[in-house]
Design a protein around this ligand. Sequence first.
Ligand code: NAD
Ligand code: APR
Length: 239
Amino acid sequence: MKPNYRDYSSIVVLTGAGISAESGIKTFRASDGLWEEHRIEDVATPEGFARDPMLVHRFYNQRREPLLRGAIDPNPAHVALVQLEQKFNGDFLLVTQNIDNLHELAGSSGVRHMHGEILKMRCTVSGEIFACHTAISVDSVCACCQRAGSLRPHIVWFGEMPLYMDEIYSALASCDLFLSIGTSGNVYPAAGFVQAANQAGATTIEINLEASSVASEFDHAVYAKAGEALPNWVASFLS
Ligand code: NAD
Ligand code: APR
């Protein structure tokens, strides 16, 4: 039987790079993906940043620029999650691994960016987080400590602690529906969320272009583009 919103009281949604692919943002692990063009150790680790901050700033500045320009729009998959949040009369938590702001632009509220946000920067001295309206360089002077070179992108790099973990695991422990959209299931802890939801007895559903690395953990799957499959799934779920 198709899942229907009347049968559920608590939903956790996890999204990954695939949900933003149809908006024109490259995923990480596709054959033309970001990790084919860049070495993770260079641009997405604390060690890489310590070695060559210019290179790391350039990588994130390039990815931030079209978002600052307003050149990237949410797609129907982001919009469908807003409809789900607004019409579902229960607990709803949207967790994303994405650092873009497309969920917010679509109208989602309370998005938990577990890998950080590209439109924010952080002072490495005080830990204070600021909005980032421009490119950052090693010469940028931090508003809180007045030092040059103390700013970094507010992004969780490999080997660092993802954000909101206590809140996310607590929501997973009490959810009855877990939806995973556009993620390859290669990066933990996010790839393990389906197991936590299964332990809670939740119905688990994957919507992805292809079977993820943790596909066997899910009760149901739809293998198609999120921009088409998710609006259909949400319409059926809310009917
Ligand atoms: P990881 O599995 O080590 O976890 C990431 C971070 O999250 C760690 O700092 C860890 O302490 C923290 N963490 C783990 N579980 C947590 C929890 N329950 N609560 C709070 N924090 C928790 O991941 P990583 O180092 O970011 O790498 C992710 C995976 O991706 C690894 O398996 C790695 O081998 C792989 N990887 C893949 C590529 C690639 O795709 N080419 C490159 C680098 C790493
Ligand atoms: N619709 C649905 N799924 C899609 C689409 C689409 N239009 N296009 C691509 N996909 C799927 C791919 O098949 C792939 O399984 O989205 C998935 C994207 O996987 P990754 O590129 O590995 O991205 P993600 O899972 O979000 O990566 C997790 O890894 O490098 C880190 O911190 C980075 O947050 C990121 C994390």
